[in-house]
Design a protein around this ligand. Structure first.
Ligand SMILES: Cc1ncc(COP(=O)(O)O)c(C=O)c1O
Length: 461
């Protein structure tokens, strides 16, 4: 959906608007500033996670209800951030609130299995067409354990991942992420680059990156690894990339990856931490009709409570059932998380909810496309299910290289400021996208498009 004619953007105008919008946001958020001054004395950087850092200070939130959140200055926002895509149910959904309240009174933790966990497993098996499940508490734990299961199943060490993908914060996947690097190497032999310090070089070298949307290059790299005696245990990937904005798989790509991994005896892991439960009832696995050997879920699974899951075939899960691989954790299947997940899956994320999300996303994507075309902005809107974004790029992004080469960072940052100053709480970060919730309305989507329209008009006037 690239735009037919594009306007060359005036860089000094972008700088001017950025300075104006930055000042406006600072003036609207004195309470966050004060909270930051206090927080940084106790919390490193004043935040709970480095992904919450923001210059000059983070926006501290106080409450959420339905599609809205309020910050400590009582600014009201429509929430399109939704907890990095976790809150597809909307905030404080009555069914989830009720389930959690009832469970709290009955005991919140036993480190023993409960019926809710069984029900959730049955429902996930139905949705994803994978018979065996285990629980964890986050996306990072899901990908960490899935890789271990794949290694246990195959008896091999090497992991193949997509260059630019984020799969959580454990050492084995903090490699070649979607941030600019000085040198990434040749496309056929991308380098294993550590994402931040503190990751042993030897561990990062076990993870080999390949480009997205290019099954032939993946095949060649795996075949070369096999010749070196390093046939991989697994390929871990998002079926639709959600960490370079949204990058959809090209037709036939996922089928080709499925075929080559099956042929070469490599376990295929779909990291559906973002896509699972947000783009369809059975995530990318259902939406694209390609079933991996293992699937990783987290984020939206727990309706706002920490949770995660790994699903897989009987064959691959044999490594767990035979206890050759220890898949463990004190809080795995925590009763509170499982009560929330059960209510979410059975009462909230219904077929009607997915139809609603699809219709809303069609509306917001069409609205953004119309604005882009009318103003001749270099960019396009792209999305699926509850997820989408405007990619400010003159060319279509299909992988890490085309993202880094083309994404307009300045306009991406400006769009975030415009949204925030007009009551749209957007995911911060140049690699991020919006997540709609079942509580969002057509009016909410129109408000998003209106804020975007204001920026487009100011940029091109
Ligand atoms: C695709 C993907 N996998 C894994 C993770 C890690 O999840 P968590 O932050 O819950 O550990 C993320 C987090 O953004 C993600 O986007």
């Amino acid at each position: 959906m690239a735009t037919p004619t594009t306007t060359a953007l005036d860089r000094s105008r972008i700088d001017e608007l950025t300075a104006r919008e930055q000042t406006r946001l600072d003036e609207r958020t004195p309470g966050s500033r004060a909270m930051y001054e206090r927080a940084r004395r106790a919390l490193a950087g004043g935040v709970a996670s480095s992904y919450q850092v923001r210059d000059p200070w983070p926006i501290y939130l106080a409450t959420g209800a339905g599609s809205k959140v309020w910050d400590v200055d009582e600014n009201e926002y429509l929430d399109f951030h939704n907890g990095f895509g976790s809150m597809v149910q909307g905030h404080a959904h009555p069914a989830i609130t009720k389930a959690v309240q009832e469970r709290v009174a009955l005991g919140t933790h036993f480190a023993a299995p409960t019926e809710d966990g069984v029900v959730v497993g049955e429902e996930l098996a139905r949705r994803f067409g994978l018979p065996r499940w285990r629980y964890v508490n986050s996306g990072s734990e899901a990908t960490m354990d899935a890789i271990r299961i794949a290694r246990g199943h195959t008896g091999r060490d090497t992991v193949v991942k997509i260059f630019g993908s984020y799969h959580g914060h454990h050492d084995g996947v903090m490699v070649s992420i979607g941030v600019p690097y000085a040198k990434i190497g040749d496309r056929e032999e991308y380098a294993s680059l550590r994402y931040g310090e503190g990751i042993p070089q030897t561990v990062s070298e076990l993870t080999v990156p390949v480009p997205f949307n290019d099954a032939e290059t993946m095949r060649r790299r795996i075949e070369r690894l096999a010749e070196e005696g390093r046939l991989p245990a697994c390929v871990i990937m998002e079926a639709a990339m959600m960490n370079l904005g949204v990058v959809l798989p090209e037709p036939g790509y996922l089928e080709a990856v499925r075929e080559l991994t099956r042929e070469l005896g490599v376990v295929l892991i779909f990291d559906e931490v973002k896509t699972g439960l947000t783009i369809a009832a059975g995530g990318a696995t259902e939406r694209f009709g390609v079933t991996p050997d293992l699937v990783c879920l987290a984020k939206a699974l727990g309706g706002g409570l920490p949770s995660g899951a790994i699903g897989g075939s009987e064959e691959v899960f044999e490594a767990v059932e035979s206890e050759r691989v220890y898949q463990v954790g004190t809080y795995n299947g925590n009763p509170l998380s499982m009560a929330a997940a059960r209510a979410s899956l059975l009462e909230v994320l219904t077929p009607e909810a997915y139809a609603h999300l699809d219709a809303l996303n069609d509306r917001i994507l069409a609205g953004c496309t119309e604005v882009i075309e009318r103003h001749g902005l270099p960019g396009y809107s792209v999305g699926i299910g509850a997820k989408g974004c405007v990619t400010f790029s003159p060319a279509r992004v299909v992988d890490y290289e085309s993202f880094v080469r083309n994404q307009d960072e300045q306009v991406t940052d400006l769009a975030w400021l415009y949204a925030m100053n007009r009551g749209i709480f957007m995911t911060p970060g140049r690699e991020e996208e919006w997540t709609l919730s079942v509580a969002h309305t057509t009016e909410d989507c129109d408000a998003f498009v209106a804020a975007f329209e204001e920026m487009a008009s100011d940029l091109t006037s």
